[in-house]
Design a protein around this ligand. Structure first.
Ligand SMILES: Nc1nc2c(ncn2[C@@H]2O[C@H](COP(=O)(O)OP(=O)(O)OP(=O)(O)O)[C@@H](O)[C@H]2O)c(=O)[nH]1
Ligand SMILES: [Mg+2]
Length: 220
């Protein structure tokens, strides 16, 4: 398992670096998806199920960003993706320079690359990683009020995945209230409620991924 120790980017121009990276990734035909959420909301589980559904149709890479350990990267490699683990030197987010350092160590041109960002709903939203799409996950046990408390994350995301919907009977979670609150902050946000455990709602999410990879390659 490849583990890369990252250091904070020296450049002050993160937005420019991120834009340059998006252009490079477009030329290469690799769609980078930045996946953000609280710790334990189900990022790695969703990635495992997505890799299983897509690995016969496209090459998939995963960059796992954590403060320590390589358990998630090992799970992704076992699922069939090219997988690298990056350690963020204690930092609670990834930025464009850090993503570029991680991507440089991938050995093949993947069609789809997931960056599993460090688990929290605050700092990752503040830094453009150079990804083509930003996806956030909110799990049912976290509560439907989170758009009110962490607005920036909802504003920066193209897609909101509401995960663990199989747990809905045990929590006071209103899909409708959550949807309204997220749309108020970001009218264009697409919302996919699903359970990676039961497979409920997975088809729509997988269809979105396929379509985005197709568009990313086509609009070159
Ligand atoms: N009931 C239920 N549990 C789930 C689902 N998806 C994930 N889990 C459980 O949630 C816990 C955390 O899942 P992970 O996929 O490791 O979450 P993560 O967001 O990658 O966690 P970090 O990387 O530590 O931030 C595990 O116990 C999973 O089995 C789901 O759809 N339903
Ligand atoms: Mg994880």
């Amino acid at each position: 398992m490849k583990v890369i120790e990252l250091h904070e980017s020296v450049t002050a121009s993160n937005d420019a670096d991120a834009q340059a990276m998006r252009i490079r990734m477009k030329e290469q035909g690799s769609l980078l998806i930045n996946l953000m959420s609280s710790p334990g909301s189900g990022k790695t589980t969703l990635l495992g199920a997505s890799i299983k559904a897509l690995k016969d149709e496209m090459k998939i890479g995963v960059m796992e960003a954590d403060i320590d350990s390589s358990v998630d990267a090992e799970r992704m490699e076992a699922a069939g993706a090219e997988s690298i683990q990056v350690h963020t030197d204690g930092m609670c987010h990834m930025d464009a320079g850090m993503s570029a350092q991680g991507l440089a160590s991938m050995k093949r041109d993947n069609d789809l690359i997931f960056l599993e960002n460090v688990g929290n709903l605050i700092c990752p939203a503040e830094f453009d990683t150079g990804a083509g799409k930003n996806v956030m996950i909110l799990s049912v046990p976290e509560g439907d009020d989170k758009p009110l408390k962490y607005p920036l994350m909802f504003q920066k995301s193209d897609v909101l995945v509401i995960s663990k919907i199989d747990a809905m009977p045990y929590f006071n979670f209103s899909l409708e209230d959550c949807r309204k609150r997220a749309k108020m902050l970001n009218p264009g946000i697409e919302i996919y409620p699903l359970s990676a455990k039961t497979g409920d709602g997975m088809d729509a999410w997988i269809a979105w991924l396929k379509e985005e990879v197709r568009k990313w390659k086509e609009d070159k």
